[in-house]
Design a protein around this ligand. Sequence first.
Ligand code: CMX
Length: 133
Amino acid sequence: MIKRVDHIAIAVNNLDEVLKLYDELFGLKPEHIKDIPDQGVKAALIPVGNGGEIEFLEPVDPQGGVAKFLEKKGEGIHHIALETDDVEQEIKSLAEKGVQLIDKEPRMGLAGKIAFLHPKSTKGILIELCQKV
Ligand code: CMX
């Protein structure tokens, strides 16, 4: 069962610039800034109350998915992460409904146990399912 929006991820060209802007505009500051080399990004997570977060993603690998996304679509919303109690069960049931999975098994990510669904199955929106561990 989906519980809530965990985070909204935004692809940006320059993490330092966007963090400065969101601090100036909204007084929001990142809790974590992490390199995720296997995803080709540097990520900053900003808590925005009630457990929700904004994640900014800056590509560090020019061949990676986020770099390609920026090239094609420009800066903007990259994915929406929905929290569930059980990622494994959720993707099993979605696969049975014909949804194309990017991750056929859950894996560990910044938001806990995660799995991505292909945007072609979800009206052009990349969805991440996550489970806190
Ligand atoms: N949102 C919506 N559509 C997207 C997209 C996104 N973020 N990224 C790519 N697409 C679209 C492309 O525009 C393309 O559409 P068309 O066929 O209409 O042109 C289609 O998806 C396939 O694109 P592609 O270039 O063939 O495939 P990519 O190599 O760019 O891979 C995707 C796309 C979604 C499969 C890949 O980015 C992926 O596996 N993402 C999941 C992991 C991820 O996003 N990690 C980064 C974040 C890490 C984190 O936060 O932890």
